[in-house]
Design a protein around this ligand. Structure first.
Ligand code: CU
Length: 188
């Protein structure tokens, strides 16, 4: 519905543009048409601005990020982790396949593993190809759970800073660009 509407508007812009060319000699007419063309062009440009959202809706992939944060770590550590809630409002499942940030060499999805029981229980972690975000469901990245490991830290931003962070979602090679806050504790 949205796409066909934008095509109609594009046609309207093209039509009024060519009409203008034809009527160049009729300066009165051109003057009358100018505001109309400007308006359709404005409408067209505002539709262009919303196109990425429309195409995501069309492919039934719509991921929303909530409460992202990057754990602040001492300078001696060369890795940290990013946490957030990924909500899939689409009707098809998606996969979190990784990410990137300018402050580190790599970002990879990981799961937390548990071995042993009770007081002897040991927490470990393991890299995975991707983490599933179910259709109309949620993927929670949290301490001692699933997370995005941020490895090869080149900078150690302090608590309160914000860092650029890109999240990669499949299918469709979706990239979500964020500025995520650095914190020692979960950000609500
Ligand atoms: Cu990890």
């Amino acid at each position: 519905m949205h796409s066909s509407f934008s095509i109609k508007v594009t046609a309207a812009v093209l039509m009024s543009a060519s009409t203008n060319k034809q009527s160049k000699t009729l300066s009165n007419l051109t003057r009358q048409r100018r505001p109309k063309t400007a308006y359709s062009l404005f409408l067209y440009l505002s539709l262009l601005a919303t196109l990425p959202v429309i195409s995501r809706a069309d492919s039934q992939l719509l991921i929303q990020i909530e409460h992202p944060w990057l754990r602040a770590v001492p300078d001696a550590m060369d890795m940290t982790a990013a946490y957030m809630i990924l909500k899939n409002t689409g009707s098809t499942p998606a996969e979190l396949v990784g990410g990137s940030t300018s402050i580190a060499d790599s970002v990879a999805p990981m799961i937390t593993t548990k071995e042993g029981q009770g007081l002897k229980q040991m927490l470990g972690m393991k890299a995975v190809d991707s983490l599933n975000i179910p259709a109309r469901g949620t993927l929670v990245l949290e301490p001692n759970g699933n997370h995005l490991m941020v490895m090869g830290l080149k900078e150690h931003p302090k608590e309160g800073a914000r860092v650029d962070f890109t999240i990669k979602i499949e299918p469709g090679h979706q990239e979500i660009h964020l500025q995520i806050p650095v914190s020692k504790t979960p950000v609500k």
